[in-house]
Ligand binder design. Structure first.
Ligand code: FE2
Length: 396
């Protein structure tokens, strides 16, 4: 089967024969193929063959011939691209370069999508899908698998109208309406289940939330008892690259695993309150009073360490720093513990930087990552539409 990705074309053949039918019962045992980009032997773009290993349902190693028909970018060019992107996100351990591709087969169905892990402790890019159209159940499952494993999924070159963003989002669960914004009414009257993130002001009124300043590290809506499990953000207008506005994600599994023993012990079994009064840009939400004493913060109570129900893996669960308080501690002790945990969790070694292009769709695992946004030039326009998926898990 031939697959045309954004920058390569792959022809898969098994046992030396081309798979002509994407649904092949002969290959029903195939589950997962990993393909590493190797230095090309041919410079003229002609078919080249690779043998790669894959795993079968029966646990036996197999071999598969993979022919790369066209590789417009050499590895050298890819490395140059990585260097440029790293410079665009200064201070980060990794800049979002692509390192390998995976082609997955579910029940013998070869899907026309490709997955590339980003060169960071989280994040993967999926190409080969048009999200404006209905996607197949096995593709939904694949996206969910990548979202669960890599925590942030990046799609490029999408053109979604609001109903299409809603339809795509609903593949992953019921939509969770946005929290109250500072203006007290939905930004999209026809689609109140969507949020708008924008600095644009029209007729004296902001068309979206968060302005042009920094959005500090946070997870979305953890001030409710059952926070959303996933969020999607679709970029419609973005500032030029030099104007700022990059978004960063931090892997809270990795942060927990690397936590010094004394901090792990200090956070164990502790519960914190997650402030509902302000958004990530520090604006007071309509209907809330400014918090003067963190012991009176209004919002949900969650453990500082979350255990993922399906895997038992532990992750830091911090929500947002402003007005947080660890129950049962003196305020000074609570502040010291939270400062130490936040400083640890947001180190560049746990993060991914995303530099936006128009048409990007990002989907992140809200309970397992923190995210933040750089400020950007207020003279530029940035417009993004956003959905989120209801959670089904109390934090334990
Ligand atoms: Fe957010």
């Amino acid at each position: 089967m031939a697959h045309a990705g954004s920058d390569w074309l792959i022809l898969i053949a098994a046992g030396g024969e081309t798979i002509k039918n994407p649904v092949s019962t002969r290959n029903a045992a195939l589950r997962n193929i990993s393909l590493n980009f190797l230095p090309p032997k041919s410079r003229n773009g002609k078919a080249r063959s690779r043998q790669v290993a894959f795993h079968s349902d029966r646990g036996r190693p197999h071999a598969l011939h993979v022919s790369l028909l066209s590789v417009p970018r050499s590895l050298r060019a890819m490395r140059h691209a990585r260097d440029r992107r790293t410079l665009a996100c200064p201070g980060l351990a990794a800049g979002g370069e692509l390192q390998d591709a995976q082609i997955r087969l579910y029940g013998g169905v070869v899907m026309s999508l490709a997955i590339k892990n980003l060169n960071a402790p989280l994040g993967a890019e999926i190409s080969g899908l048009d999200l404006s159209k209905p996607i197949a159940p096995n593709e939904v499952r694949t996206i969910e698998d990548v979202w669960r494993e890599r925590l942030v999924v990046v799609f490029h070159d999408q053109k979604l109208l609001d109903p299409q963003l809603i339809a795509f989002s609903k593949n992953f669960g019921e939509l969770d309406p946005p929290g109250p914004n500072p203006y007290g009414e939905p930004f999209l009257k026809d689609h109140p289940e969507l949020n708008v993130i924008s600095n644009v002001v029209e007729n004296g009124k902001p068309i979206g939330n968060l302005g042009d300043g920094e959005a500090v590290w946070h997870a979305d809506m953890t001030y409710v008892e059952v926070p959303p499990k996933a969020a999607m953000l679709h970029s419609l207008e973005v500032p030029p690259p030099e104007a700022g506005g990059n978004t960063y994600f931090a892997n809270m599994f990795a942060a927990y695993e690397a936590l010094p023993a004394e901090l792990k012990e200090a956070a164990k079994d502790k519960i914190a309150v997650h402030d509902a009064s302000t958004n990530s840009a520090g604006m007071l939400r309509k209907g809330y009073k400014a918090v003067m004493d963190v012991r009176e913060t209004v919002g949900a109570h969650h453990p500082l360490i979350r255990t993922e129900p399906t895997t038992g893996r532990k992750a830091l669960f911090l929500g947002r720093r402003a007005n947080a308080y660890v129950l049962g501690l003196e305020v000074s002790e609570s502040e010291a513990l939270l400062d130490a945990l936040w400083a640890h969790a947001t180190q560049p070694r746990f993060t991914l930087c995303h530099r936006w292009k128009v048409g990007d769709v990002l989907m992140w695992n809200n309970l397992s990552v923190l995210h933040r946004r750089d400020p950007f030039d207020p003279k530029t326009r940035r417009v993004m539409h956003r959905s989120q998926i209801k959670g089904n898990e109390r934090i334990h």
